[in-house]
Ligand binder design. Structure first.
Ligand code: PSU
Ligand code: MN
Length: 303
């Protein structure tokens, strides 16, 4: 038996059939500094409630898989030191040893599927890192999208990644990549990019229907919805490119590898932009939470 605990709010939603949106916790523990991380975590949960759905932030605490955190648990996690970063490979071991860990996109998808939650909002997914032809650093998030039936709303892929290679791997893995209300694949901190998204949808109801259609066709896996950052919050990519190059060079010089790469780059870019990257990150996560809520509500109508 999996030691699993639902928050009061999520338990009630499961009974009533209300729409639920999953949220990851790595963004809280490894993606943003304290105290902004807890402010954002609470704000995003409130955005989901304001849009008529129920938030389920996912984490492993003392060996229990939590689907939805009570506010005190969220507060503790945001300040805890040395929390593990859990991807597909780490989840079972963390639960088995009574550990505490924050879930990445891959691990959050696994937990959401177990709990019957079809929609998940985050900031950015992991992908193929620059220099992957040497490092082989490809996030397990991409393979998770290929096998676990959860629709993930993100703001595209970060420019810390090799976005072209990330899209190629998603295509190889058969993952639908759907830009929302535009043709371009959004570049996280910027709305546009040189790359056209493979698919475009303008209506949350269509995204919900496509999610169900995959299951009906017998196809495994989820969908990646790429939702552009709100215009007033974007940072032009020309401005970010040299900063990302510096952060990448620093990571290489410091010998950062494996799970440490993404958190290191995010922290370094935060410093180099004097916090602007974080302000943009907050705006796009909230925007993704809104769209995820609309999709989850459409799905609950079709259930
Ligand atoms: N992108 C962000 N913020 C994050 C992450 C990605 O903008 O916090 C986190 C997510 O949890 C994602 C993980 O699943 O990093 C990917 O890590 P890796 O590249 O080690 O697979
Ligand atoms: Mn990696």
């Amino acid at each position: 038996m999996i030691p699993i605990a639902y928050s009061a709010e999520v338990a009630a939603a499961r009974k009533s059939g209300a729409a639920v949106v999953a949220l990851e916790s790595t963004i809280i523990t490894h993606g943003m500094p304290y105290p902004q991380n807890i402010e954002v975590a609470r704000q995003v949960e409130d955005d989901i409630r304001a849009n008529g759905a129920v938030p389920a932030t996912i984490a492993v605490i003392d060996g229990t898989l939590h689907i939805g955190l009570e506010d005190a648990q969220l507060g503790q996690l945001a300040q805890a030191k040395g929390v593990a970063k859990l991807s597909r490979a780490d989840m079972a071991a963390c639960i088995a040893t009574g550990g505490t860990g924050a879930t990445t996109v891959a691990a959050t998808m696994i937990a959401a599927r177990l709990a019957g939650i079809a929609v998940f909002a985050t900031g950015g997914i992991g992908g193929v890192h620059k220099g992957a032809e040497n490092s082989f650093d490809i996030s397990a998030d991409l393979m998770e999208l290929a096998q676990t039936p959860v629709t993930v709303v993100a703001a595209g892929a970060k420019a810390i990644l090799d976005v072209e290679k990330t899209l190629e791997v998603l295509e190889t893995q058969g993952v639908p990549v759907i830009a929302y209300q535009q043709d371009a694949f959004p570049a996280f901190w910027s709305r546009g990019s040189k790359l056209k998204a493979p698919l475009r949808m303008d209506d949350p109801a269509q995204i919900a229907t496509a999610h169900l259609m995959r299951a009906q066709l017998g196809l495994p896996g989820g969908q990646l919805v790429a939702n552009p950052i709100p215009q007033e919050s974007e940072i032009p990519s020309a401005e970010l490119a040299p900063i990302i190059a510096t952060a990448q060079a620093d990571a290489n010089r410091a010998g950062i590898t494996g799970k440490g790469v993404t958190p290191y780059l995010l922290q370094r870019i935060f410093e180099l932009t004097e916090g602007r990257s974080l302000t943009a990150n907050i705006a796009l996560v909230r925007n993704n939470a809104r769209l995820a809520s609309l999709i989850a509500i459409e799905l609950s109508k079709k259930a």
